[in-house]
Structures are given as structure tokens and as C-alpha cells.
Write a protein that binds this ligand. Sequence first.
Ligand code: PEP
Ligand code: MG
Length: 589
Amino acid sequence: MADTEMRILEGMGVSGGIAIGRAVCLETRGPEVFRLHIPETQVDNEVSRLREGVEHARGELKRLRHRAEEDLGNDLAAIFDAHILLLSDAKFLGRVEERIRNHQVNAEWAVHKTAEELDNRFAHMDDPYIRERSEDLTDVSRHLLRSLQGIAHHDLELPSDIVIVADDLTPSDAIRLGRERVIGFAIETGGRTSHTTIIARSLNIPAVAGLVGVMGQLSDEAPVIVDGETGRLILHPTREVLRQYMRKKAELERRGRDLLATRELAAETRDGVRVALMANIDLPEEVEEVPIFGAAGIGLYRSEFLYIEKSPQMPTEEEHVEIYRRMVEAAAPNPAIIRTYDLGGRKLAREMMATQEENPVLGLRGIRLTLARPEVFRRQIRALYRAGLHGDLWVMLPMVSTVEEVRQFRAFADGVMAEMEREGVAFRRDVRLGVMIEVPAAAIIADILAREVDFFSIGTNDLIQYSLAVDRNNEHVASLYQPLHPAILRMLRFVIDSGRAAGIEVSLCGEMGADPRFALLLVGLGLRRISMSPRQIPEVKTWLREASAADLAELAGRCMEHSTAAEVQRHMDSFFECSLPSRVSASGA
Ligand code: PEP
Ligand code: MG
């Protein structure tokens, strides 16, 4: 088969829409770097960009050295001297410059390839001293790459149709690349609820995950189509296929625009039951979507992405306050639920962790990590209670599995508030406090937890992962990730009923709520608040307005009687075909 013959690879559509562009292959096993072609006229600018990066990295290393000296003493701090020296090494930098000029590539790529080449040479030498230099080189190039990533290209016209094809992608890679004119993602790993795909949806970038072996099947610049709707990646499309996809893309965009008209309509069933459809926000700029898609407030702000984006620096208290203020103002008159950092797991916390965890998803994550690092948490708590003055801000704790964690948090927050009082800093004390229900233990003690907090938000992404022992990020077990598993339905019902019995608010902010069929089942189970990516709100609202709450309650009751997820699915399918045929046919299912 000719290399340029059309091929279709099947994966999972994890972020909707169509992207038509050119592949840039990204191997994340090493540092995450991609190659860009630099036009001849811009080569000098790219070299000065490299020099700026070197200056910046040198400054950073000097600061790190100074800190290490204070904390660890001069002997250990001297390790940084070797790094600073390498950054002044004319030979190393000369090679990088040469590569930029000769190959017309971006500075990041030139640093990465030069370091790789030297590293390969060192690896074949027996001398332990030289091998150590190789480690220094890896560290230094990492610093340099990080500095370069913060320096924009000088007037460089980046290609505007990049589709990133990657073996794996962390959420922070996705944020960074998504802001570099990337229009699509095609990834070997991942699942529907992995954070990387959640970020792709936040950035409104079509994505297909679970494309096993895709890396070996194409090279940079290959024309590709990412079909986030059906989960296909099309390599080297024919003209005819390209034309079909252009039509499909235009049609999807038109449908999206039409759905916006629902913004002014009430989110209620035919028989008048209101449901608050709220927005999940990952990136601060998404607050602008709250009014556009008619969200009834913010049901989840994943504040950890603020930390991740700033890393290795910490966001300041003022930066926190400012962003939280934007959230509450955008949500008004509805609440804005801000979740405290859910770092750990795959959402980096490298510089906070003393050691590498063998199983980070079961490790020091969420509330566990923040309680263990009060110096990091303190700043966030101060900002949250200060921002409470600007509107209806609710504080939510992630990954809670015990009542003690809630009590520990309260004691800690009381201490922080007492401190602010002493300092004369203005804040609001009666901010509502709630927990995510996303660990099975929390779901099972929901009746007990309900006495300790003001609200629950059910995090089905993790609740399903932990209950069914299925990694939400692992494409090999994606078929076992079943929101309709009877165990999940029982937990959902118990949590909703426990919250209602205790008179506290219960919402749900996992991805399950963004699927209109699941959302309606959740309404049938008694939920009256669902938070989702703002873009999904119009579609869910359209389904909701055609349904009857009484019928949905009956549907939920029936679904609870089945023994398997497949049986529940079949029951739901026939229910929707019968009662909402127009929605089913419009969705193409
Ligand atoms: C969840 O687990 O359902 C959730 C909303 O939190 P996250 O996706 O950030 O883990
Ligand atoms: Mg979670």
C-alpha cells in the first residue's frame, strides 16, 4: 500500500467536532517537544529566542541554587553550579544554534535533538563521571525547554492547522498545545473521562483517544481528519472524503449555533420540574461561556489547573482572589462552586511530592495532599474566604473518603480565618462547605457525611473508576467503564436520597451528566442540579424540555431492577425511542 493511500483508524471520540489539518507527531516519553518549521526570514529571531530562553533559565537556576543553599547547605547547592555552567557552555549552545539555522527548526526542537544526540554519545562511555554529565545535560535541557515555553515566537506565523498525534498527553500538555493553534488531538492512550480529554473539550478541540499504534502509521505533515463525533482518524483523505468532511463540519457548526437559541429557555421538563444545568470550568477563560450557553451558575471549578498552569511557580493569593471573583460574578445570581486543589494522580504535583508514587491514583491526591501541605493550601483557603465577599461562593473538597478529613479541613480553615481576623483582612465566614462524592467509601457513608456538610457533588468520573476498579485513563479497559453498572446506580440513588433526607443540596459534576440520556436518568433518580461542560448544556436542555419528570422517575425505578449495565442500556434505549423519538433521530443514534 502506498504510504499516502487513505486509511481510517478507529478509536474513541472523546471531544466532539471535526478537525481537518496536518499531523505533528509528538512522543511524550521524553520531554514534550514538537517540531516547527521556521521560515528563513525568521531564523535570526528564533536564535534570539533561544538566547532569551538561556538567560531566563540561567536566572531560574541561580534562584534555585540560592534557595537550595538556604535549605540544604552549600554542598548540595553546588549541584546547580554544574547546571549553570552547562548553560554557559559555548559548544553546547553553538550546536543548538547551528541546528536552528541548518534545519530551520524551532529552538525547543533544536535543544531537544542536540541533547538527545549528546546523550546517546555519553551513554556509550564507561566513565561514571561522563555518565553523570549526561544526567546534568538532561536536567539543563529540561530547564531550558521550560523557559522557552514561556517565550512567545517573535512574529512567527505558526501553521494554523496542527493536529497533534501523540502516544500520550498529560492535561498540562493539552492546555499548552491547545493554546498554540492546535486544532485537533489524536492520542494512543486515554478514555472518555481522562483529564486530558476533559481539557480538550474545555478548549473545544476535537479529539480521538485510544488509537492504539497510531504513532507508527504516519509522519509529520501528513494530512489528517480528526472526527471527534465517531472516534475516527482519517489519514491521507481523498478529495471526496475531504469534501464530505467539510460539509459535516459546517453542518455541526450550524447545529451548534442553532442550539444556542435555547439559552433563553427554562431548563425544565414538560411537567414543570426545574433542573439547574450548571457549568464545569477548567480554565479561567471559560467563564465567558457561562452566559453564552445559559448555565445556571458554576457547578465545578477545577482550581488545580490554575496551579498546574503556573507551575513551577505558585499562583499568588491575589491571583487566586481575582480568578474566584471572576467565577462568582459570572455565576451570579447562582452559586459558583470552587473545588480546592485536586492535585496528584495524573494532575501533576511533582514539585510538591517528596517521592514518586507507585500508584498515584490511590495515593496522596486531592484533600489528602492539600492537608499534608498546609503551606500550599493556606494561600488557597485565604483567597477562597476573601473572594466569598464578591458573591455566592461555595467551597468543595475533592477525594474525601472520611469524616475526619472534613473536620480537619474545618479546623484548618478556622485557623486561617482567625489569622486573617488578626491581620484585619476582610473575608466572609459563612461560606458553604461541601464535598465531592467520588470515592466509594464516601458514597456508602453519604448519610453520615450529609450531617457534616452543606452540599454534595457527585463525581462520577472517579466514582466509577474506583467502584469498578477501572482506570478512567486506560483504553484497554474502556469497555468496562460502565456508568450504568447496577453498583453505580445504587450508589447514585443512595447519595441522592441521603442528601435529600438531610436537607442538603446534591449535584453531580462528572462527565456522566453531559450525556443527555444519562442526564435524564439522573433526573429520574431525583437529581435537580447537574454540572457539565457549558457547551453540552443546550443539548441536555433540549432533551430535558421534551421529557416528563414523572416518566423519568418511573424509568429510573425500572432501571434499578436490572442485573447488568447492558440490560439497563437496552431498557433506556427503548424508553427514549418511544418517548423522545425526535431527539433520538436528531442525535443520529
Ligand atoms: C469526577 O471525578 O467526576 C470529577 C468531576 O472530578 P475530576 O474529573 O476532576 O476528577
Ligand atoms: Mg474526581
